[in-house]
Ligand binder design. Sequence first.
Ligand code: 6CS
Ligand code: FE
Length: 300
Amino acid sequence: MPRVHDPYPTRLGHAIAPIPRAEPTVWGGPHDGPLSQAELDGYEQAGYLIRPGTLGEDWLPPLRHELERMGAELDRDDPRVIYEPGGSIRSVFEPHLISDLVAEVVGLETVIPVARQLLGSDVYIHQARINLMPGFTGTGFYWHSDFETWHAEDGMPAMRAVSCSIALTDNYPYNGPLMVLPGSHRVFYPCVGATPDNHHTSSLVRQETGVPDHDTLTKAAGEYGIEQLTGPAGTAIWFDSNLLHGSGSNITPLPRSNVFLVFNSIENALTEPFAAPRPRPEYLAARTAEPFGVNPPPVS
Ligand code: 6CS
Ligand code: FE
């Protein structure tokens, strides 16, 4: 059924002008969680916040081991495992449902209270993945806004979601770290080109639909600049759902892996996709907006 009004039209037949963001970036205040007013202000301005020490040293070896175990034990045909063209594992989705250890990370005091504070409500996991960028052959992600995809393909109504990427390896300028256009989260860049059916079978390796054109990116990079977000293992990067970001490939011997958690406000539950033939599978976009960590687990 056609919608009456879509505030963020995208996947269009022709280019239209960028649209100013309608919603706030920060929904909670300094008394709603661990972040200070200065940290909240920084996040609001830049669209991201870096928090070193989100995972202590003691977490890193067991988590790295867990990734290897998951990679080895998951079925080659499991749709939740995405491979690089060269055959190595690029991403594993729903790691928090596969591994108790990863689920514990979500519940840490350095993680979920930050998500609740930024979004000003209870939250749930919209999407979780482990990204593994191997040394020498790792390929990056082209420039995009996550919200553009989640709105178009998953039916996320508003910009009230935040991504938390926790580094399991050190991030240097030279091993394919996250690059962002700070401040770009305040503008929605509509994209040209209809969503192909089953787009996710290719977009998770190489995204071609739902990316701004070169002209738009040139202007945006001129206006906002580009920053590389680096830091030691255990560092979390929190970034707004609409921040333009990407990463280059990694030809160094140093792999880059992270646990990537997307929190959405329970007040921003998914609807029908705004610009795609059908919703994506649950492992890419959870459709049950149950607050995480609020109710005790059911007794079985
Ligand atoms: O598909 C997703 O949900 C995420 N992955 C990619 C490659 N682009 C959009 C979004 O970040
Ligand atoms: Fe992304």
